[in-house]
Design a protein around this ligand. Structure first.
Ligand code: SF4
Ligand code: SF4
Length: 258
């Protein structure tokens, strides 16, 4: 079954994923509307990291939006394939709007360590990534422990312009320039701020992290290629189709103000 899962994930160009037991995260869920979408009797969480360490500059809201749209499409198509392969089970995907604490969940899935910056430090993309997840009532073997470690150099803490990071209290989102700007509304500006690596705005905790100096770019990742081809839409066979070619009803409706 793990082999089948890998086949389906890889066929949809999702190569950077891990699995943890839902039981390990259930007491850390975020109170939100989307908790209702979690399948009853959930057993497993599949976490995916999407790279953003690219040479391409995403400085327009529509360009940054494409990252989210393409990632959403990849997750949706993967869930369609998983539902076909495991027809007795439910699969629900989440991105940005997840009731799961993404960084903690990804870390439990063995995808990276939680840095003192509060960011996920992955071996392949450092903290230049964002996280999606699929929750299912299918029992899937867990994928293991963290593969990287924060070296506690404190650069992110000492250089944060807002004093939002501290050794004693960790990350204080109310002080974070990025987070504080996005907490009241959900619009394109909020989204830009959330994407961190891909947009202008405070990104100091990523820029100073020595972890990020070791990584290359992900320019050739299918996710980035799909997101950087204007007017294209991602398809599971690795190709692109004109917008609308797959039918927008397949994809969850995005907020009007995106
Ligand atoms: S994004 Fe900027 S303000 Fe927020 S924690 Fe990182 S360095 Fe501090
Ligand atoms: S800057 Fe240093 S302390 Fe902060 S997350 Fe990176 S390695 Fe950890």
């Amino acid at each position: 079954m793990t082999g089948m899962l890998s086949l389906i994930m890889n066929a949809n160009n999702l190569f950077d994923f891990g699995v943890c037991s839902y039981d390990n995260i259930v007491d850390k869920l975020i109170e939100c509307e989307n908790k209702k979408r979690i399948p009853p009797h959930a057993e497993s969480v599949i976490c995916v990291v999407f790279p953003t360490n690219v040479d391409v500059v995403f400085d327009e809201p529509n360009e940054v939006f494409r990252l989210r749209r393409v990632a959403s499409q990849m997750l949706e198509l993967t869930c369609i394939a998983l539902r076909k392969a495991f027809s007795e089970y439910k699969f629900e995907w989440f991105l940005d709007d997840s009731p799961l604490p993404d960084v903690t969940t990804a870390s439990l899935c063995g995808l990276g360590a939680i840095g003192d910056s509060g960011l996920l430090l992955t071996p392949q993309y450092g903290s230049f990534c964002f996280i999606g997840s699929i929750i299912t009532d299918l029992i899937i073997p867990e994928t293991g422990d963290e593969t990287s470690q924060c070296i506690h150099c404190k650069k992110c803490i000492n250089l944060c312009p807002a004093g939002a990071l501290s050794e004693q209290n960790g990350f204080d989102k109310a002080k974070c320039v990025k987070y504080a700007s996005s907490c009241d509304c959900k619009n394109s500006h909020t989204f830009l701020l959330r994407q961190g690596a891909a947009v202008k705005g405070c990104n100091t905790c990523r820029e100073v992290c020595p972890y990020n100096s070791k990584i290359g770019t992900a320019n050739d990742h299918p996710f980035i290629k799909a997101a950087t081809v204007p007017g294209s839409i991602y398809t599971s066979d690795g190709g692109y189709k004109p917008m609308g070619g797959l039918g927008q009803d397949k994809f969850r409706k995005l907020p009007d103000d995106f």
